[in-house]
Design a protein around this ligand. Structure first.
Ligand code: HEC
Ligand code: HEC
Ligand code: HEC
Ligand code: HEC
Length: 181
């Protein structure tokens, strides 16, 4: 009897662990165009426009610059805008597991480093009822990014690395929600 109970509780443990993975895998990348539908009004703080005019949205363009082409030539890379050696940090789409890209979503290579590289795959948290509730959003894949996350890309593996100062860098890309009056 005790053996059976032990066995059943083991089984339960295994399934709850597997279950957590299954849920985590279910969060899919949908692309910045989806976030734009709510995050581009004056009231929201125009996060989309701020991002679009910032460095991350232009990250794929940099892989076509003189600087990139020169580096690529010297290092036997045919096309930096297609080589995972470069795209893995310059585009959300190239950085993530293909199985986690929502086929009904709008994620593109060209959008570069977009919202979901920092805030997590949005398929489940982008619903209004979830977004409005911080705890629910976190449970559905939302990430509040910190320095550790930035450093997954801002590190010496980047051939053009510059010293990374979180406070300074975060201020440069800040896109806060305006305070409610
Ligand atoms: C249906 C509309 C809608 C969509 C689509 C949407 N959001 Fe939101 N989002 C909101 C609202 C509303 C809030 C809450 C704003 C507030 O009251 O502070 C919010 C809050 C947030 C916050 C702060 C949440 C917190 O609790 O700290 C982040 C980050 C965010 N959204 C990112 C995204 C990203 C990334 C996407 C695209 C994957 C997205 N949102 C799509 C409506 C939306
Ligand atoms: C998925 C990879 C990735 C992540 C994660 C990431 N970045 Fe970046 N970041 C880049 C790339 C690539 C560029 C270069 C864009 C370009 O100019 O082509 C960049 C450029 C920048 C720049 C412009 C630097 C300059 O020289 O003007 C700032 C500021 C910045 N990032 C801040 C941050 C902050 C803050 C975080 C974390 C909250 C962060 N980044 C997370 C990839 C990333
Ligand atoms: C580990 C992640 C990572 C990899 C791999 C990476 N980059 Fe970057 N790249 C970045 C980040 C982060 C920045 C922004 C650095 C900053 O300004 O602080 C950047 C900036 C750049 C810039 C702008 C530099 C400038 O000063 O104008 C170019 C060009 C560039 N990368 C080309 C490439 C090429 C070409 C490759 C492939 C050979 C590559 N990167 C691989 C993360 C990466
Ligand atoms: C390079 C990383 C990065 C990218 C890309 C990015 N964000 Fe953020 N986002 C942050 C950071 C860092 C914060 C501040 C987190 C904190 O509260 O400490 C933030 C905060 C937010 C907030 C909450 C603002 C507040 O005042 O509470 C919203 C909403 C948001 N982002 C939406 C977006 C949307 C929509 C996009 C794409 C259009 C986007 N972000 C792209 C890093 C990023």
């Amino acid at each position: 009897m005790r053996k059976t109970i032990q066995f059943l509780s083991m089984l339960f443990l295994v399934f709850s662990v597997l279950g957590t993975f299954a849920i985590a895998k279910d969060f899919k990348y949908v692309g910045a165009a989806k976030c734009k539908t709510c995050h581009n009004t004056k009231k929201s703080g125009k996060q989309y426009t701020i991002w679009k005019n910032g460095p991350h949205a232009k990250a794929m363009e940099s892989l076509k610059s003189e600087k990139s082409l020169k580096y690529a030539k010297e290092h036997g890379i045919a096309d930096p805008s297609k080589d995972p050696k470069c795209t893995k940090c310059h585009s959300t789409m190239a950085a993530v597991d293909k199985a986690q890209i929502d086929p009904k979503g709008k994620l593109t290579m060209e959008e570069g480093v977009s919202c979901e590289s920092c805030h997590g795959p949005g398929s489940a948290y982008k619903k209004m009822s979830v977004m409005k509730n911080h705890e629910k959003a976190l449970a559905n894949g939302l990430i509040v990014p910190d320095e550790k996350l930035c450093i997954t890309c801002h590190n010496e593996k980047n051939p053009f690395h510059k010293p990374f100062n979180y406070k300074e860098y975060a201020a440069k890309i800040a896109h806060p929600t305006p305070k409610k009056k």
